[in-house]
Design a protein around this ligand. Structure first.
Ligand code: ADP
Ligand code: ZN
Length: 738
């Protein structure tokens, strides 16, 4: 950090603040204050004190007289060089202000304060004596069974919070309070304790030869420097078990591990498996984790005492001290792309961070993205494949239901072959799953009298009926309203009709057809957060559910041994539309969903309802022919110079005023970059031309793969003056085309 040293000599230091600023501000260092690059400090900004990080860039030119003092050095481990460089890199790549990226690394600012001592319940000498007496003569002591259990639990383990103790002993907190009042237990202050260490020495399962080869290779990589490996294998082939070995190897080498999962897969199922393998739960990081726990987690990661973090994409910006392995499970999952604030792809950025800190990256998937497969083809990523399912379970049989030939009654969506199979599965005590990637009751409501369609007032989108809640809802902005009593266009009453199915409607039909079946719904709006999802999964595991009906939430890698039947209600959904990855995503979703059927010793069957049986995606799926699908898709992308064979970036201009949006878009159009190998398409009204009350215009920049688009974009943005009411959003490598 030569720059910081030089600045220190001048007693002036650049401090980067976690705010949307594109550079650091200068501050004066008071005499006797010791700072180094990466130190967390509190500095004045206007009337406030804000936390920031001493940066190692050149100091600015601010007038000596205007400089304000660094107020104090915060008591937190300094931000590592590796993370500072990573933050700068992400900012440069995504064109986000570097301070906005820093903010993701400083998401719990109160973790910068030294942790408060925690109060915990501990057993007293009297409590121990009573337990001893109880062991000798159970009749001699008067203590309720609940209190006995709780006291024994306390004697066996460490001091804990009242809630943790009550949970462990399976009693209420009143029992704990009683023990304290009786002098059996007492409150003590514990220091901020280290989390229990995962035990990497515990043996893993007995691997098949292919699994062992993959595990050994990955373990070697986890002990080495930077590398990227795609771990590919169908659902159930043992990818998780295999990368657990790599985690053990990284831990044995004394390094920290990060496992990134799609938010939705962060349920207890994964945590339980981890605990079974390593004896303790990992540190968990996602939006559902309470602030207090996140604060502890951040601090432990920064101090290096949290050795394994399992988290959603935001965990990528945690201040690890010694990161040796990053696993991105379900690497193809679109939820790794963050769409607001700093627009980044966590899988891609995970590879970048691994490079900065000399770590191994493992990308695991049953249906890898074309981007990753292309990196494998070009020799940049290694490739390990797990061929068969563990234990020889068979892949499901896939049956096409050609909907053009089916005769369905009005307002019915399940074709007779699927209904018959459901009946059989129920009769033999097995479970079934119906998949439809559409929340709510019906995607469109219209007036039968005049054809008027109910639309969101803020967005170019239909309102989706959610019948269970009695609401019409916009899936883009969240706008909700009650179903209208009459049509605003023609005044007719009772004339509204639901068009098409959502999962609620499928549930309704299922219940009507199978009144005795226990039906449950699983979608992102019926299950909010990992905890609700975990409860649902437990219900399915414990056979409290016969038919599970859900959206893509359900397609993730959960294990349901009794599930033998999957019905894909509308396989064509997602094949249409202007999304570059529509076919790829449909393929991935359908493969994942089919992977749910027949996991244990029972073979599974998948019914695919489609109007397009000849479509290459559907045909490849039925044939379970990954290579054929990928060849068709890759060829189409290559022909059009689309990712991964070319680069894309989007510019979205939005304003509350349509004319202003057009005006600014025209200015951008005139200033558009002109260079060989780069084309600017647009401006065009975005498919969601109106979103949350803002009118949106899109440009799409298409470039050859060997061209760096960021400098061109940066210059372009610099050439156009944008009024305050207009927002310009840059999306490098866009995944959403709305
Ligand atoms: P994937 O991650 O590829 O879906 P998993 O690692 O979850 O596969 O494995 C599927 C199931 O098979 C899990 O219950 C796992 O514990 C079990 N399993 C996989 N490999 C083995 C093995 N070698 N021995 C015992 N159980 C295994
Ligand atoms: Zn809306």
């Amino acid at each position: 950090m030569p720059a910081a040293d030089a600045n220190a000599a001048a007693r002036r230091v650049p401090v980067l603040l976690p705010l949307p600023l594109s550079g650091a501000y200068d501050y004066r260092v008071p005499a006797a204050m010791e700072l180094r690059a990466g130190s967390f400090v509190a500095v004045p900004l206007g009337p406030r004190l804000v936390p920031g990080v001493v940066w190692d860039c050149a100091a600015g030119e601010v007038d000596e007289a205007k400089l304000r003092d660094v107020e104090e050095v915060l008591d937190a481990p300094p931000l590592e060089e590796e993370l500072r460089r990573f933050i700068e890199w992400v900012a440069a790549y995504t064109l986000a202000p570097v301070g906005a990226v820093l903010r993701m690394a400083m998401s719990v600012t109160d973790a910068l304060e030294p942790p408060q001592p925690l109060r915990a319940v501990a057993i007293t000498e009297h409590g121990r004596a009573v337990l001893d007496m109880l062991a000798r003569s159970p009749e001699g002591v008067r203590l309720s069974p609940q209190r006995r259990r709780c006291l024994a639990e306390l004697a066996d383990g460490p001091p804990r919070s009242m809630i943790e103790l009550a949970r462990a002993a399976g009693c209420g907190s009143g029992v704990v309070k009683g023990l304290i009042e009786g002098g059996f237990a007492e409150w003590i202050e514990t220091s901020f304790s280290r989390p229990p260490e995962p035990d990497w020495k515990r043996p893993g399962p007995a691997f098949s030869p292919e699994q062992r080869r993959a595990a050994e290779e990955l373990s070697a990589r986890a002990r080495g420097g930077f590398s990227v490996t795609l771990l590919e294998g169908v659902t159930g082939s043992g990818k998780t078990e295999v990368y657990f070995e790599a985690i053990a190897a990284a831990l044995a080498a004394g390094r920290q591990v990060l496992v990134l999962l799609p938010e939705i897969a962060l349920g207890t199922q994964f945590l339980r498996r981890f605990e079974k393998r390593f004896g303790v739960e990992p540190t968990v990081w996602h939006s559902d984790v309470p602030h207090r726990e996140r604060r502890i987690a951040w601090r432990r990661v920064a101090e290096g005492s949290a050795s394994v973090v399992v988290g959603a994409r935001s965990a990528l910006f945690l201040p690890f001290r010694n990161l040796g392995l990053i696993v991105v499970d379900e690497e193809h999952d679109p939820s790794f792309k963050q769409e607001d604030g700093v627009v980044y792809h966590a899988r891609d950025m995970a590879v970048v961070r691994a490079r900065f800190c000399g770590a191994a990256a493992i990308l695991a998937s049953a249906t890898p993205s074309l981007e990753t497969l292309d990196n494998v083809a070009r020799g940049r990523y290694a490739h390990l494949e797990l061929p068969a399912r563990h234990g020889g379970a068979r892949l499901p049989e896939i049956r096409i239901v050609d909907m053009r030939r089916q005769r369905l009654e009005p307002r019915r969506f399940l074709a007779p072959p699927l209904v018959a199979a459901l009946g059989e599965a129920l009769a033999s005590g097995e479970q079934a799953m119906l998949f439809l990637n559409r929340r709510g009751y019906a995607p469109l409501t219209l007036c039968r009298n005049c054809g008027h369609r109910l639309q969101c007032p803020n967005c170019t989108a239909w309102l989706v009926e959610h019948r269970f809640r009695g609401l019409l809802r916009c899936h883009y902005c969240g706008h909700a309203e009650s179903p209208p009593a009459f049509c605003v266009e023609c005044g007719a009453t009772g004339s509204f009709a639901a068009c098409g199915p959502g999962i609620e409607r499928i549930a309704e039909e299922t219940v009507e057809r199978f009144p005795a079946a226990r039906v449950a719904i699983m979608a992102s709006d019926t299950l909010t957060g990992p905890r609700a999802i975990a409860e649902m999964i437990t219900a399915v595991e414990e056979r409290a559910v016969d038919i599970l009906i859900g959206t893509q939430v359900m397609a993730k890698g959960h294990h349901f041994p009794l599930l033998t039947l999957v019905g894909v209600v509308d396989a064509d959904l997602g094949l249409s539309g202007g999304d570059l990855r529509a076919a790829e995503r449909t393929w991935q979703l359908l493969s994942q969903v089919s992977g749910r059927a027949g996991r244990a010793d029972r073979p599974g069957t998948v019914f695919v309802q489609t109007y397009l049986p000849e479509n290459p995606v559907i045909a490849a799926l039925v044939a379970q022919d990954r290579d054929r699908f990928l060849a068709v898709e890759a060829e189409a992308r290559r022909r059009h110079g689309m990712p991964p064979y070319g680069r894309l970036a989007a510019l979205i201009i939005s304003s509350p005023d349509a004319d202003e949006a057009d005006f600014v878009a025209a200015a951008f159009s005139r200033a558009a970059p002109q260079m060989p190998g780069l084309t600017v398409l647009g401006p065009a009204p975005a498919p969601l031309a109106l979103l949350r009350g803002r009118h949106r215009r899109r440009f799409l920049v298409k470039a050859r793969r060997d061209i760096r688009v960021q400098p061109a974009l940066r210059e372009w943005l610099g050439r156009v003056k944008v009024p305050r009411t207009v927002r310009v959003q840059v999306d490098v490598d866009p995944y959403s085309f709305l």
